[in-house]
Design a protein around this ligand. Structure first.
Ligand SMILES: [Zn+2]
Ligand SMILES: [Zn+2]
Length: 286
C-alpha cells in the first residue's frame, strides 16, 4: 500500500448505489466513518450511520451494533421521520443494548423538548421476526468488540403443493372454495448483512452465505494488516479467500474498508487477490 490517504480522501462519503439480485443497495460503508445501507425494495436499512437522508424513507432499521459510525443517527432517523409525517420506525437491535439505546433516544427527546414515536425490538439469534406479510428475518450472532448481530432476510412465497401441480384453473378454484390449503410456504433467503465481525460466524452458520445477496465487511486487505484485523475483531480479505468455496450466494458485496486504503488500493487488491469464482460475483460498496 502507498502512504496513508489524505484526510479529504478518507472523509469523502458519498452514497453509492449498487444493484444486484433485484435489489437496490443505496448507502455507504467505510470503517470508522459511516455505515448505512438502505434496501429500497425491502423498505429497510442495515445500520443507520449518521441518519442520512437516503435512509429516512425506510420503515425498518436492522442495527448490527452500537459503534457510533453505525448507530449514532438513530435519534435523528426517528425525529426526521416524524417531521416528514412518516410512520414511526421499527428498529431491531441486539437485545442487550435495547435499554441503553432507549435511554439515549430519551435524552435527545428531553434535549429537544419533544416526544418521538418509535419501536425498539431486541433480537435474539435464530428467532424469526416478521417485518411485513411475506418478509421476515432471522438474526445470527456475530463476533465483534461489543455485542453485535447479523441479519438474514427472507421472503416467504407460496408454492403449489406437489399433489396439486398440473390441476387446471377451475379445479384449483374449486379446492380454494372448499377451504383446502393448496400451497406450501417457501422461504427465499434474499439478503444477508453480516455487519462488523471476525470471519468466525461464517464457519458456525454457513447457511447465511446462501442468500441471493451477501453484504459483508472486509475491513483489512494488506497481508501485513492481518494481526490488526484479529485485534480489532474485523474480517481480512485473506479470511474470505480461504473460504471462497463457501460462498453459495449469487452476489457478494464487500464493504467497510479501512480508511487506510484509497479506493484505488481496494480495487487493485481485490482484483489481484480474489479467485475468479468470487471475482465474478463480487461488487464493492464504499
Ligand atoms: Zn464498523
Ligand atoms: Zn464496529
Amino acid at each position: 500500500m502507498k502512504g496513508r490517504p489524505s484526510f479529504h480522501e478518507r472523509a469523502e462519503i458519498v452514497a453509492r448505489v449498487v444493484t444486484c439480485g433485484g435489489l437496490t443497495l443505496e448507502g455507504t460503508s467505510v470503517s470508522t466513518l459511516e455505515t448505512c445501507v438502505a434496501v429500497r425494495e425491502l423498505n429497510l436499512c442495515f445500520d443507520i450511520g449518521k441518519g442520512p437522508r437516503y435512509a429516512a424513507g425506510m420503515d425498518h432499521v436492522l442495527l448490527t451494533h452500537a459503534h457510533q459510525d453505525h448507530a449514532v443517527g438513530i435519534a435523528l432517523h426517528i425525529a426526521t421521520r416524524k417531521l416528514l409525517d412518516l410512520p414511526p420506525p421499527v428498529i431491531y437491535l441486539p437485545e442487550v443494548i435495547v435499554e441503553d439505546m432507549r435511554n439515549l433516544i430519551s435524552a435527545w427527546e428531553r434535549l429537544e423538548r419533544r416526544k418521538t414515536r418509535y419501536t425498539l425490538v431486541g433480537v435474539r439469534p435464530g428467532v424469526r421476526y416478521d417485518m411485513r406479510k411475506g418478509l421476515f428475518f432471522r438474526a445470527f450472532p456475530t463476533e465483534h468488540s461489543l455485542p453485535s448481530t447479523g441479519f438474514q432476510v427472507f421472503e416467504e412465497r407460496k408454492k403449489l403443493k406437489p399433489e396439486y401441480i398440473g390441476l387446471d384453473g377451475p379445479a384449483i378454484v374449486e379446492l380454494k372454495k372448499r377451504g383446502v390449503e393448496i400451497t406450501d410456504p417457501v422461504e427465499i433467503a434474499v439478503v444477508t448483512f453480516i455487519g462488523d465481525s471476525t470471519i468466525t460466524p461464517l464457519d458456525r452458520f454457513p447457511e447465511m452465505l446462501k442468500s441471493q445477496v451477501v453484504i459483508m465487511e472486509c475491513t483489512f486487505l494488506a497481508p501485513e494488516d492481518r494481526p490488526m484485523a484479529k485485534k480489532k475483531r474485523h474480517t481480512h480479505l485473506a479470511d474470505i479467500i480461504e473460504r471462497a468455496d463457501m460462498f453459495g450466494c449469487e452476489h457478494l458485496v464487500l464493504s467497510h474498508f479501512s480508511t487506510r486504503y484509497t479506493r484505488e488500493d481496494v480495487n487493485r487488491e481485490l482484483a489481484a487477490a480474489l479467485p475468479e469464482s468470487l471475482k465474478a460475483k463480487t461488487k464493492i460498496l464504499y
